[in-house]
Design a protein around this ligand. Structure first.
Ligand code: CU
Length: 489
């Protein structure tokens, strides 16, 4: 196997038989939803505080990923009673104003708004990524009792009900209609019937700028802010390498000299850390520990010789990493080829002696910053389907560049884990769900047989990373195994 044999799937749809999958795909419309229930706890306002405020606290509930109600009206001098009805930690911060401490799932907090003058304010959850996922709204402070009063004891005004049949006030039928429309759009784009749903594709393989006489491969990487369309109509100001999210995929052979000309066009100092690669200490890219900051407008040259063994690294800034990485500065750097297991029996499956990897798929996970809950920088329905023919071997490289763990679950076929953090496993093993923690990499092989024909859901199994009130969203895509016996469309 050589690098040139490998095909990077970014948008699929080049396989005519995929079109014949439509019937199967339609039947998959209910994928995931069958196992997902959205748990949203509604609340009424707690009892009033007993202090002399003109009105009792206004109730607001935080869930993944919204506040209910979204628009808050509070009389001047009043307060908020916040309940975390979700499954993650949330908080509530008024922009340039007061904020709560973090509130654990099921917890409550009161927020005194007495310091706020009459006017309109933005408020949000300040956990990274949550505001961008929808946890924000408008707070209006009024002189008298607010019109339509969302005061204590009143209904929240958004149809939220304590009725157990309708947790969180979701209109299930409307939700299904949105989900069906999203699936139709996803399928049409992934079968080439329509243009891609978003502009821009990440993980493009980076060609060397030059290769010097001694074989040194030279690459140019520029850190810069660029527009990035995460999902249809949602374009954000991403922090990028070379304008794409994820960053360009760098593939280099073993035992090879590399040089990276890094230019920093960000408004912040930066660096590049080669996470998981063998480098000399002064090339590890951790300013100011191993090098000076690379200031805005400045450049830095990284040089090292790649390892003599295969490695799967990720590259990202260390300096201001908590902002830069979730906002998009995350990429794969791969040394050598995919490790494949030796012939034999693994967990009851016969592994042949002559495995050829027919395609390599990057799977860069994120959950925060302006990019948010995404696969390869795109949120469903803008995610790319993975298309794999029967009896072939696909390698997938998971890299988690986010702040949370993501149990990545493939329906229908198990995944053979062949490397952890780029290091080949002596004893590869099969799993249908692989929990990828921040910083981790897993390389897996998938091998569908004729029994596996169909379009299979593939998603993060933290339920609210894959579903919201509009059905499937975020970290969801499909793994499509075309029927080799289907007539060409
Ligand atoms: Cu997840």
């Amino acid at each position: 196997m050589s690098d040139t044999d490998n095909v990077v799937v970014t948008q699929s749809g080049n396989d005519g038989s995929v079109l014949s999958m439509f019937a199967v795909l339609a039947a998959v419309g209910a994928f995931v939803i069958a196992v997902i229930s959205v748990i949203v706890v509604s609340t009424k306002a707690g009892g009033g505080g007993g202090d002399a405020a003109a009105a009792a606290p206004v109730a607001v509930t935080a869930t993944e990923f919204k506040f209910t109600p979204g628009d808050l009206a509070v009389q001047q001098g009043g307060s908020l009673a916040i309940t975390n009805g979700g499954s993650q930690v949330h908080n509530l911060e008024v922009k340039d104003g007061p904020k709560t401490a973090d509130i654990a799932a099921g917890g409550t907090a009161n927020l005194d708004l007495a310091a706020l003058a009459v006017g309109s304010y933005e408020y949000f959850c300040n956990i990274p990524g949550h505001a961008d996922s929808g946890m924000k709204g408008t707070l209006t402070i009024s002189e008298g009792a607010p019109a339509g009063g969302s005061a204590a004891g009143a209904d929240t005004g958004s149809g939220v009900s304590d009725d157990a049949a309708n947790h969180g006030g979701i209109d299930y039928q409307a939700s299904d209609e949105v989900m069906t429309a999203n699936l139709d759009a996803y399928l049409a784009a992934n079968t080439g019937k329509t243009e891609p749903l978003t502009e821009g594709v990440g993980n493009e393989v980076l060609a060397p700028t030059s290769i010097e006489a001694d074989g040194t491969m030279v690459f140019d990487l520029e850190a810069k802010i660029a527009d990035w369309e995460v999902s249809p109509g949602k374009t954000v100001q991403a922090w990028t390498f070379n304008g794409m999210v994820p960053a360009p995929w760098i593939k280099v052979p073993e035992n090879t000299k590399v040089r990276f000309n890094f230019k920093n066009s960000l408004p912040a100092s930066s660096d590049i850390h080669w996470h998981g690669l063998d480098t000399p200490n002064d090339q590890d890219g951790v300013a100011p520990l191993t090098q000076d900051y690379v200031q805005p407008g400045d450049s830095f040259v990284y040089e090292f010789t790649t390892s003599g063994r295969p490695q799967l690294g990720m590259y990202h800034p260390h300096n201001h990493g908590q902002i830069a990485i979730p906002n998009g500065m995350m990429g794969i750097i791969q040394i050598g080829d995919v490790p494949v297991p030796e012939a034999g029996n693994i967990g009851g499956f016969e592994i042949p002696a002559d495995i050829t990897v027919s395609q390599e798929i990057p799977m860069v996970l994120n959950d925060a910053g302006v990019i948010g809950l995404t696969l390869n920088g795109k949120a469903y329905p803008a995610t790319a389907a993975i298309v794999q023919n029967v009896d072939t071997w696909t390698a997938m490289h998971y890299l988690n560049e986010g702040l949370l763990s993501h149990p990545m679950h493939l329906h229908g076929m198990p995944q053979l884990i062949v490397a952890k953090d780029g290091i080949p496993l002596d004893q590869p093993y099969w799993a249908d769900t692989i929990n990828v923690a921040p910083g981790e990499r897993y390389t897996v092989l998938v091998h569908p047989t004729i029994e596996n024909v169909g379009a299979w859901a593939f998603h993060c199994h933290i339920l609210n990373h894959a579903e919201n009130d509009d059905g499937l969203f975020g970290m969801v895509t499909a793994w499509v195994v075309p029927d080799p016996n289907a007539p060409a469309a």
